[in-house]
Design a protein around this ligand. Sequence first.
Ligand code: AKG
Length: 213
Amino acid sequence: MDLFADLAAPAMQHIGAQALLLRGMALDRAGALLQALAHVQAQAPFRHMHTPGGRVMSVALTNCGGQGWISDRYGYRYSSVDPGTGQPWPAMPAVLAQLACEAAAEAGFDGFSPDACLINRYVPGARLSLHQDRDERDLNAPIVSVSLGMTATFLFGGHARTDRLQRWDLSHGDVLVWGGQDRLRYHGVLPLRDHAHPVVGRQRINFTLRKAG
Ligand SMILES: O=C(O)CCC(=O)C(=O)O
């Protein structure tokens, strides 16, 4: 008997009534996900977008799927076209859509069919301020987030910006799903600490899959 088994982080943790953290779920697909990322970024390179307030985001981003999330001085929104190239965003790689669908089902959201995948790249010091995801037309669909590379601290709050924040470390291969009554909870990412990942190096990649249209 493993006397330390109880001390190991559980493979699944409910971090909200309808929010589930699936530790390491993407590990066996990490290579395929990184390959898919290389394909996407060759067509739609990472770039730092401006917030409506004129600040440059510390996180670099790109998208794949029918809809891509963008930000500029006119606001936050989805667009079917990459403003950088004038071309449609690259197609959603099957490995991503499949993983998101499986993770959503584990969390009780059957039939999730994302049409948007925002890909964020964090380098040490990059962060994402506390926000709600409310630019999607269908708020019944969950959000699925897949993390690769360096570990980041994810903040999970409540429905008001000032609500108490939970802190969860998201590591290489972790998948987080939130929806239903948790769909509009505030969330963000603390500035990334510098500790290179053996496979992905000094960066963290986060794929966030949503039903936008
Ligand atoms: O990077 C993450 O873990 C979260 C990303 C996120 O919150 C977002 O893209 O809205």
